[in-house]
Structure formats: C-alpha cells, structure tokens
Write a protein that binds this ligand. Structure first.
Ligand SMILES: *Cc1c(COP(=O)(O)O)cnc(C)c1O
Ligand SMILES: [Zn+2]
Length: 376
C-alpha cells in the first residue's frame, strides 16, 4: 500500500520527501503533508477498533513501524447540555487520558520509521505525556519541557513514563523557546510544529464520519490552543470531501479561554497577524497558548468552514465542569471549556443543528483542581 506524498512548506512552497528527518522547512516555515490515498469502507470496518483502522490515511510506509496502544475509536455519546443532546467524543478515555494519543501514535511511528532514537517536545502536560508513552513503547529517548506550574499529576505521568522532564520556571511561551533551542541538537517531536501529529488527530474526523453512518454533522465544536485537534479535524473532513465521501464539511466552532484568547482577537478584529496577549491566567491550562505557531492556519480553517470563535471565562468553565461532573463525566477544566463554549453556542444555534464536540482530557489529569472546584 505505498502511499505517495510530500512535506510542503507553507511559506516558500518547497517540497521534501516524507522520509526526510525534518520538522520544519529550511526557510523556517511550517510544513504540511500533502498525501493521496483512497478509502474503502469495507477495509475500514474489517480492521480493529483503533485509529489504525484508517490505515491508508496514515502516512507511515511500513506496518512494522506502527507504535500503538490501541488508541481511538472512542464512544460518540449524546450528552445533555442545556436541554439539547450534543454528541460528545469521549477522548478523555484515551490510553494516556487525552486526544493527544491520536497524534502521538502517528508521530512516534514516523520517528521509529526514520530510525530516530531521541526526541524532544514541549507541552502544557498532555502532549508531553502522550509522546512520552509512545516513545516508551518504541524505546525512543524522550525529553519533555513543561512549565513548572503544570498540574502535578501530568508531570508525574511524564516522569513515570520514563521521559526526562525539564521544568521551566516561566510561561508556556518560555517553555516553547527553551525547547526550540534544545531542538537544534535533537529531533523536535512538537505536536504543533511536526505535521505528522495532525495526521494522527485527523482520525477524529474519520471516527465521527463512521460513527454517524458515514455522514458528518452540521457543526463541530472544539477547544483551541495550538489547534492540533482543530486542524486535524479540518484535514480529516477535507480529505473525506476530496474523496467524494461526504457532501459538505462541517462548520467548525473554536473555543478559547478569555484569559488567553489571541485567536479570538485576531478573528473578531480581522487582524492580519496574531496579536500578542498578556501572560495567560486561566484554569484551562491546556489551551493557554499565547502565541499559537499555526495561528493563521487555524483561522483560515475556521473561515473556510464558515465557522466562528467563542471565548469563555473561568467562571463559565467552572460552572460547566460542575454540571458535566454531576452527569458522571470525569474531565479536566480545559475540557470543560468546550462545554462552556457549547452552552454559549446553543443560545444562538438553530434547533435542528446537529452538533458534535469532544471531551479532550480526563479529570485524573487534574485531581487537585477537581477537588478545589467540586469539593462541596
Ligand atoms: C492539548 C489540549 C487541548 C488543546 O489542543 P491544542 O492542540 O493545543 O489546540 C484541549 N484540551 C486538552 C485536554 C488538551 O490536552
Ligand atoms: Zn520554506
């Protein structure tokens, strides 16, 4: 099943082979993957229930390089939000507790395929533990840079997985800068720079399509920091559209925390560049990204689908967390930001609109915060 494709620079349009050991263009630009394949629904349904049932869509040449924990094919469950059933992908049930396993499985499979023995990543926690888990399984050495103020359970998870944890006293942005410097001497397995990650998160779209009986909803609502689940979803739906497997791509609604909302500002004011926002203060640590590297790409994806951006306050996130916890779902505050966004969106949506969203991270990631917000 040899798949043809290329790494393509978003700036200078230079192309590289998929098997080059690079994570950005020589000009410094972001890379995307241009990749052609054809799905057969029969082949998909014959395979085990993980992201790898969409094998032809995943840009790994040799099956022996696949690094998997049977991630994916999470339930798509109706959850009552303000009286309306919204279909929620249960991505908090992934092996390491967040949707990041989708991207990490494909990214580290590629690392293995390239024969790379050591990687580094920077993360607000969940991407770090996902990449650490797959590196552990592939026997690849992994250095994780994370802000010192990250939820302790996430840091513990990273250490337990055998990764080297480098705590940075500073913001998420300072952490990214430290990792970029270190990446000069190592392979940067960044979930937002490295395009293979987005070709794992795109399986979100394929699963929704399959679980809806090979159809898509009107609207998708997703949280956005660096945009890896949003861009993945957009890539996935676009690939389905270009194969004539769906008749439209869903509208994408992106949710940011008001404490750190550079993309909302850029979108609402039609700014040509993503503005600098002050250091973030929000309980939604997983989307507290001051300078999203793929910011313009995220805004273009949302615009292409006729979508929108919504911002939610910490108070609204806390209310959403309480509400959703009372229904039996154990999620972290970052994931509750999506629920707060859905609540706002529903106030203006038409009643017939079909909506799919996701629980992106498990509550076990942030036990202290849950105790603080939910204790009595
Ligand atoms: C990483 C993460 C997000 C946001 O993903 P981005 O790729 O940064 O947009 C949302 N929720 C949780 C739980 C996360 O871990
Ligand atoms: Zn370039």
């Amino acid at each position: 099943m040899l798949n043809q494709g290329a790494l393509v620079c978003t700036e200078c349009k230079n192309e590289y082979e998929l098997n080059e050991k690079i994570w950005r263009c020589k000009c410094g630009g972001l890379l995307n993957i241009d990749f052609k394949y054809k799905f057969s629904t029969k082949a998909i349904t014959d395979r085990p229930r993980s992201i790898w049932r969409y094998r032809e869509a995943l840009p790994i040449f040799d099956d022996k390089n696949i690094v998997t924990l049977d991630e994916g094919f999470t339930p798509l469950l109706p959850v009552d939000i303000n009286g309306k059933p919204v279909l929620m992908k249960q991505d908090q049930l992934m092996p390491t507790g967040s949707f990041k396993d989708r991207g990490a499985s494909v990214l580290i499979s590629k690392v293995k395929e390239l024969g790379i023995k050591q990687v580094i990543i920077d993360s607000s926690g969940n991407a770090g533990s996902a990449v650490a888990a797959y590196c552990n399984r592939a026997h690849v050495k992994c250095d994780v840079y994370a802000p010192a103020h990250t939820s302790p359970a996430k840091l513990t998870q990273i250490i337990n997985l055998g990764a080297q944890l480098i705590k940075i006293d500073g913001s998420r942005e300072d952490t990214a800068q430290a990792a970029l410097v270190a990446a000069k001497n190592s392979h940067y397995a960044s979930h937002y720079w490295n395009p293979f990650f987005m070709h794992g998160t795109k399986t979100f779209a394929f699963e929704v399509w399959e679980q809806l009986g090979w159809d898509v909803p009107d609207t998708i609502i997703l949280p956005v920091g660096n945009g890896t689940i949003l861009l993945g979803a957009h890539i996935g739906f676009s690939e389905l559209y270009h194969q004539d497997l769906i008749r439209k791509t869903p509208k994408i609604i992106a949710v940011q925390s008001a404490g750190c909302a550079p993309l909302v500002k850029a979108f609402k004011n039609n700014l040509p560049e993503i503005p600098e926002v002050p250091k973030s203060t929000t309980i939604a640590e997983g989307i507290a990204i001051n300078r999203p590297v793929r910011g313009k790409q995220i805004i273009n994806a949302v615009k292409q689908t006729d979508g929108d951006f919504i911002e939610v306050t910490d108070d609204e996130i806390e209310t959403a967390l309480k509400e959703i916890s009372s229904k039996g779902f154990c999620i972290e505050p970052t994931a509750a930001a999506t629920v707060a966004g859905i609540t706002k969106y529903l106030a203006q949506a038409s009643n017939e609109e079909n909506i799919v969203a996701a629980f992106t991270g498990h509550g076990a990631k942030t036990p202290k915060k849950l105790f603080e917000f939910l204790g009595q």
